[in-house]
Design a protein around this ligand. Structure first.
Ligand code: SAM
Ligand code: SF4
Length: 333
């Protein structure tokens, strides 16, 4: 019997974010450059290996798995992977399998995801305006996303809208996106842009502190602090006027690392213990070794030692290099 995953600061790791591909059908300007170089397909873990890894985490106490990317729904066989993993939901070893998606492929997959055991998803959407969406994602795909949202709601999936607050793009649209989301019964979370990976433009021009967004919202709405805790970094308020919930993920203006319960694994099996640091351990080498069970146990134990106390993201001056060189699309948010 192997032990639970606990880091050297005593934090229990119960949440795995697994990036199933680094590829994406959008090119959000704050996430990646238009001519992004993706990993060779041959380096990716197979679906069987992804299952094996997830199961090893479940055996060591992980209760929640979020599949992400890149865009998880562009990975062939993803729904099948979830169907297989749902055996851990049935035994009660796992509480939840969920995913973060940009929604472009959701219309095709919503029903199957629900049948496979997914109850709720996070959907990233930064604008409701066709032109702003196009400029921001470099693709004219808002209709696909809207069809995806309709299909997901019809299938009975609960949706939380994630919106990155961007000074140079959606700053004036935030309250209308929130009203739209709440009118459809969807919660919303706002996110500060993080300095990850070279994107060919300056994050200083994009960065909008959520302290500022909150002040603007307070001028228009009644924000009631709620004790709602999802085990994540968001702080939540209820908006009295809409009846909906709004979360704030503020890695730059409000460090939340003390309660961190998560690790991230890339599609090539590298485990990163922190979004804002570069230490990693190679789990692919472990599962491809002669004695994968022991090698994986040892690799995960090593990873726990490397988990840092906190990230050190900063966006405080123009022209600075990203805090970490890898893109968010490698570890998936
Ligand atoms: N493609 C999927 C999507 O967009 O939902 C999943 C992967 S995406 C990398 C996960 C989340 O990270 C999205 O909500 C996206 O907006 C966010 N994200 C990407 N780059 C970011 C950055 N530099 N700072 C903050 N959030 C970022
Ligand atoms: Fe793709 Fe998501 Fe990155 Fe946008 S944020 S480019 S949808 S991975």
């Amino acid at each position: 019997m192997t032990s639970r995953l606990t880091d050297k600061f005593g934090r229990d790791i119960t949440y795995l974010r697994l990036s199933v591909t680094d590829r994406c059908d959008l090119r959000c300007t704050y996430c990646m450059a238009e001519n992004m170089t993706f990993l060779p397909r041959k380096d990716l873990l197979t679906l069987e290996e992804l299952d094996e890894l997830c199961s090893a985490f479940v055996a060591r106490g992980v209760r929640k798995i979020r599949l992400t990317g890149g865009e998880p729904l562009v990975r062939k066989g993803l729904v099948g992977l979830i169907e297989n993993l749902s055996r851990h939901l049935e035994t009660g070893a796992l509480d939840e399998i969920t995913l973060t998606t940009n929604g472009t492929q959701l219309a095709k997959h919503a029903e199957a995801l629900k049948s496979a055991g997914v109850e709720r998803i996070n959907l990233s959407l930064d604008s409701l305006d066709r032109e702003v969406f196009h400029k921001l994602t470099r693709r004219d795909a808002i209709d696909q996303v809207m069809s995806g949202i309709e299909a997901a709601l019809r299938a009975g999936l609960k949706i939380k809208i994630n919106t990155v607050a961007l000074k140079n793009s959606n700053a004036t649209e935030i309250s209308s996106i929130m009203e739209w989301a709440h009118s459809l019964g969807m919660d919303m979370t706002l996110i500060e842009v993080m300095p990850m990976g070279d994107i060919g433009e300056d994050r200083f021009d994009q960065y909008l502190p959520l302290t500022e967004v909150r002040e603007n919202l307070e001028a228009k709405y009644t924000l009631i602090d709620t004790p709602l805790k999802t085990g994540g970094p968001a702080r939540y308020v209820k908006i009295e006027e809409t009846g909906g919930v709004l979360g704030f993920i503020s890695p730059l203006t409000n460090n939340f690392c003390a309660g961190c319960n998560r690790v991230r694994v890339t599609c090539t099996g590298q485990i990163y213990m922190c979004l804002g640091q570069s230490d990693k351990v190679d789990l692919r080498a472990a599962i491809r070794s002669e004695n994968p069970d022991d090698a994986l146990t040892a690799a995960l134990d090593r990873a726990m030692i490397y988990k840092p106390k906190s990230h050190d993201f900063k966006i405080d001056k123009p022209g600075a290099a990203p805090s970490v060189p890898r893109h968010m699309s490698l570890t998936g948010g």
